[in-house]
Design a protein around this ligand. Structure first.
Ligand code: SF4
Length: 350
């Protein structure tokens, strides 16, 4: 009996990886999925936290895609290892802090490693949903061999959606996969993918717009760079990544910034950080919980409290009672006049 060939697919949760898997399933290949969690993934976070987005579906798209495809999904935490990719990308950054080409190489190399570690499961090759010309930095004709070579995957990396535009890989040469039934998609036009999705009956897939992570977002990238500048080091922890996704970030002085919740959902989320961070909240009026990240000098407390008062329901009051809690000390209560928007902007250094 002919050997059943197996592939592991990089699953981001987007349409392309969904289609790439289904194309191979149609050829009788057994596929399992792998999803790498860098901490910057867009999946769910802000929708799950903000009241504002409560009508949006809260789902993990990678899990959803795996469920649609009927495949096993392995979610691998790469938060620590990913730091080097983000901090020292050999191929540089995209429009924002997104090191897409290095990221792709890293993820495919992790898949190669994973296949070796799980050799008893007999995976023969790796697939991705990459399409030539789809992304300006990482998915170009010239970058396709770079990803294959620098990841160590070489000819066991197959891109079913654009394989016909690339040299044949081992699965095609060995006849495990019929090259004729693969595709030659290229460019940013999504119509061929949408038509294929329709053919396979996929309707509710994640929007193709945007990247797979927050690093492609200008706002997020600016906040990340500001954090590094403020701390004088580019080191970061998981909590930092999470907190950059939440709240309004204002930096009254280079040595500290305020993370002000934008709604009750975010205030609730920031509650979990009360023990780690100095925090400020209005007592006399409803208002957002605010964390202080960095070293706020004593003479700055009134300015910070005035800003926090400005973002609560006491913004037009003559005085607002504010509580400032420094972990390990007794909370301090102060009466403060809320700063006007102009004064807040004057203090805002981000
Ligand atoms: S968008 Fe983010 S996850 Fe996707 S390739 Fe670029 S850096 Fe990596």
């Amino acid at each position: 009996m002919a050997k059943q060939h197996k592939a592991v697919a990089l699953i981001s949760g987007g349409l392309d990886s969904l289609l790439a898997v289904r194309v191979l399933q149609e050829q009788g290949i057994e596929v399992e999925g792998i999803n790498f969690y860098t901490g910057f993934c867009v999946e769910g976070h802000t929708h799950a936290i903000r009241n504002h987005d409560k009508d949006k579906k809260k789902r993990n798209n990678a899990l959803w895609a795996a469920e649609q495809l009927g495949i096993k999904l392995h979610i691998v935490d790469v938060i620590e290892e990913y730091k080097d990719v983000l901090l020292n990308p050999k191929h540089g950054y995209g429009a924002n802090m997104n090191p897409c080409l290095d990221c792709k190489i890293f993820m495919v190399s992790k898949a190669v490693e994973w296949v070796k570690e799980n050799h008893e499961n007999g995976f023969d090759f790796i697939i991705t949903g990459e399409v030539i010309g789809q992304r300006p930095m990482s998915q170009r004709k010239e970058t396709m061999p770079i990803v294959a070579n620098e990841s160590g995957a070489e000819d066991i990396l197959l891109r079913p959606l654009c394989a016909k535009n690339l040299p044949a890989t081992k699965p095609e040469l060995e006849g495990w996969v019929d090259r004729e039934k693969l595709f030659d998609f290229s460019g940013r036009n999504r119509k061929p993918q949408m038509a294929l999705a329709k053919k396979y009956g996929f309707t509710d897939y994640a929007s193709p717009a945007g990247g797979c992570c927050f690093l492609t977002d200008k706002n997020y990238s600016d906040k990340l760079v500001d954090l590094w500048k403020g701390r004088g080091t580019r080191e970061y922890e998981m909590d930092d990544i999470m907190l950059l996704k939440v709240g309004r970030h204002l930096r009254p002085k280079p040595e500290y910034k305020l993370i002000i919740a934008r709604d009750a959902g975010e205030s609730k989320f920031l509650e979990g950080y009360r023990k780690q961070f100095t925090n400020i909240q209005a007592l006399s009026h409803n208002g957002p919980l605010t964390l202080v990240d960095g070293n706020m000098p004593d003479e700055e407390i009134e300015i910070a409290a005035g800003i926090v008062a400005r973002y609560g329901q006491g913004r037009d009051a003559a005085q607002v009672e504010i509580q400032v809690s420094i972990p390990g000390s007794e909370p301090k209560k102060i009466q403060i006049k809320p700063l006007s928007m102009d004064e807040v902007l004057e203090e805002w250094h981000v």
